[in-house]
Structures are given as C-alpha cells and as structure tokens.
Design a protein around this ligand. Sequence first.
Ligand SMILES: [Zn+2]
Length: 143
Amino acid sequence: MRPASIHRRFVPALAIWLVAASCTGLEPSALPDGAVPMAAPAEYSEWYARTEACAELRGALEGIEWYVVPDVATFETDIGEKVGLWERVGNVSRITIAGYYVENEMVVRHEMLHDLLERTGHPTEYFVNRCHLTWESWDAAES
Ligand SMILES: [Zn+2]
C-alpha cells in the first residue's frame, strides 16, 4: 500500500471531526459546577444604575440571567478560579457569582460593567478610571 492512499483515507475522517468540534462551540457553554439560578437581589437595580452612570452607558438589567454558586469563595472556570463570571450566551448576558460575594458591590458591579461593555477584558478607562471596579481601584476610592 502506498502512503498516498493512506492519507486519502484519513483526511475525510479528520474533516468530519473538525466540523463536529466546531459545532459544539455554538452551544451554550456549561455553567460553572454547582451554579443555580438566582433572582437578582433588590440592591442590584441601584448598583446597575450606578454602573451605567459611571460608564455613561445604557444597558438592560432584565437582560441578565443571574446564577450563584452557593457557599463558596471562588469557583472553577475555563479561565481559572473566579469570584464572578460574565458570559454572552446568544443575546443573553449570563453572570455567575460565588456565594460569598453575592452582596459584594464591587464584585457584582464589575460583572455588570462587562455586561454594559459587552466584552471580556478590562479596559482601564472603564474598570479603573471611571468606575473603580477592580480590587485595587475600589479600595483606593473607598479610603
Ligand atoms: Zn472581569
């Protein structure tokens, strides 16, 4: 058997595998382990309004689906241990918060700012200068 014929037989199988792998990217990503749906606590509307104000952006709090991982300080994600996580799933914003931080204004508003900016990553202008929604800039603004 010549090597060329071996290649011909393996290429279609690889192509099918790649298609299957890319299709899974279109499905909603799995929630963090232990995450359960949460009704947004009452103070979240004020926190959202405050975040809209510092960012000078308008969003829709009711467009966010909230989840909590009860009784933990951090939870595992594909990008490491987190206290909060914002994801865009279709046209829905999904925010998951570690149980210990559900009442923590900085952590919750940090994720709200991701929602308003519709992006991951932390542009300094918004997360530090305008809104102080990083641990360091939050502490500096409070003291
Ligand atoms: Zn962030």
